[in-house]
Write a protein that binds this ligand. Sequence first.
Ligand SMILES: C[S@@+](CC[C@H](N)C(=O)[O-])C[C@H]1O[C@@H](n2cnc3c(N)ncnc32)[C@H](O)[C@@H]1O
Length: 279
Amino acid sequence: MDMLATEKERSLIDRFSRTYAHLTHSDKMLEIERAVCGCDYGCTSWTTREEADNACTMLTLDSRTRLLEVGTGSGWPGLYLAKRSGCNVSLIDLPMEGLLAAKKRAEVDGMSDRCRVVRADGAALPFQSASFDAIYHSDVLCCLVEKQAVLDACRRVVDRNGKMVFSVILIAPGLSDEDYKRAAAGGPTFIETSAQYPDMIEQAGWDITAHADLTADYANSFKNMYARERANIGEFEQVHGPEGAADLMARRAHTLDALERNLLRREIFSVVPVGGASI
Ligand SMILES: C[S@@+](CC[C@H](N)C(=O)[O-])C[C@H]1O[C@@H](n2cnc3c(N)ncnc32)[C@H](O)[C@@H]1O
């Protein structure tokens, strides 16, 4: 069952649905994605191929690993991680259009036998306890309200010797009210949090084993993507629809402003269950 309580949450999922329905069919947008992020899955996060390669190492993925990607969109980077490591992967998200694109990509890449695609809410994962060895999500927590519930649900379904790696975009700490508003306007829809990530992580029963700042790479990727999208605005409008494209471009302008003022951060966390055996 979905836990999308507000119109704002439903409208974001509708926007992602439209994006996934069109992005994977746009040669131009996939060309931009290859140039900026090094992939062509129809991605909507800022996870680059290099970052996905690092996640593969951090999660020690191999053919025995049961990997879960939460908020997979159209399969990036979960399918790539599975292709690279030989692991089994379960992909979950809410927009059907993304999941169908992921399923198709798994078929094209000959990976259907070790890829499971499930429509599910990250805050209410429909899996047994301790059924995964590794969990990954890229810029997902800043796209949903129930951040604590997702961290809790991930903790429940991971094995005690398992690991989770995730990236997230957040508002820089210690800002004036005016700068805070600028950051919120430039970040993903649900960038605002009621608690700090390290506290939410601890609250869910995870220990942080590594934590790094990816803001510089994010800013570079963002500027590169934004310039290419503006140069191909006709195709951008085809993919996102005239209204969606106008909204997204307006947000992009706020993002650029916030990044230039150092108001946004993108960070990556590597975590293990408290008392687990992993390091
Ligand atoms: C920034 S996108 C990342 C998508 C993909 N992993 C990528 O890297 O391109 C965030 C994703 O989180 C998903 N999401 C939002 N709320 C969710 C929820 N409650 N449960 C599961 N996924 C959710 C969105 O549908 C979207 O696909």
